[in-house]
Design a binder for this molecule. Structure first.
Ligand code: SF4
Length: 219
């Protein structure tokens, strides 16, 4: 693994590449954001945005989502993956919101994680994006990038990745860094085709070097 100092230098480079990175899920309030994040599991943000454009016109509140049968909600979200499970979780989440939180999205990690379908990552995103609370959510991009760059170990779980990033990055930068690492993974260090040839971190990146050597061997 690289030192914390080197890790932060790498993150600084990423930060310079994507200074304006922000949440790409379209939403008008914490409730819409929570539903959008829940819908986004194993689906692109663009697909979710295409879907929620109409969905949030039909369903504005927790009551609205509970006013239909699960089958109807499934039909309304069937353009995205795992729609059956997501429809079930949305309705369970809306039920707990009404039962326990007066229909509003709670503002603590613990309460958020008590909601159906809301795990640590979703809670972190909601706390950070909706409420401005310092959080560093680890999604698939953040995890892949952190491991490729040697900031974390390949065997680290999501919580360990989050803890390491939070040690390396100053707290006041957590929210922004989360989005910048996502943009870096989404648009530059892609899962299948990372742009190592034009990567400013190539010299320091073990994964990039490994891929380069593998290409030379094949040539
Ligand atoms: Fe990703 Fe390649 Fe850059 Fe490494 S060198 S960070 S693998 S794009």
């Amino acid at each position: 693994m690289v030192t914390n100092k080197k890790a932060l230098e790498m993150i600084d480079v990423i930060s310079d590449m994507f200074p304006d990175a922000e949440c790409e899920l379209k939403h008008d309030n914490p409730f819409q954001l929570t539903i959008a994040v829940l819908l986004s599991a194993q689906t692109t943000d663009n697909s979710v945005n295409r879907l929620t454009k109409g969905l949030f016109k039909k369903y504005k509140t927790a009551e609205d989502f509970l006013s239909v049968e699960q089958a109807e909600l499934e039909q309304d979200i069937k353009t995205i993956g795992l729609y059956r499970n997501k429809a079930k979780n949305i309705q369970k989440l809306c039920r707990s919101l009404l039962d326990k939180f007066d229909g509003k999205i709670p503002q603590t990690h613990k309460e958020l994680e008590s909601l159906a379908g809301v795990g640590r990552k979703t809670a972190n995103v909601v706390m950070s994006v909706a409420f401005g609370e310092p959080s560093l959510a680890v999604d698939t991009h953040v995890e892949r990038v952190s491991k490729r760059l040697g900031i974390c170990r390949w065997k680290d779980n999501v919580k360990q990745v989050e803890e390491k990033l939070c040690r390396v990055v100053p707290r006041e930068r957590w929210n922004k860094t989360h989005h910048q690492l996502i943009f870096f993974g989404r648009y530059h260090c892609l899962a299948r085709t990372p742009k190592c040839d034009v990567c400013p971190l190539f010299e320091d990146c073990r994964e990039g070097q490994k891929r380069y050597k593998a290409r030379l061997r094949k040539a």
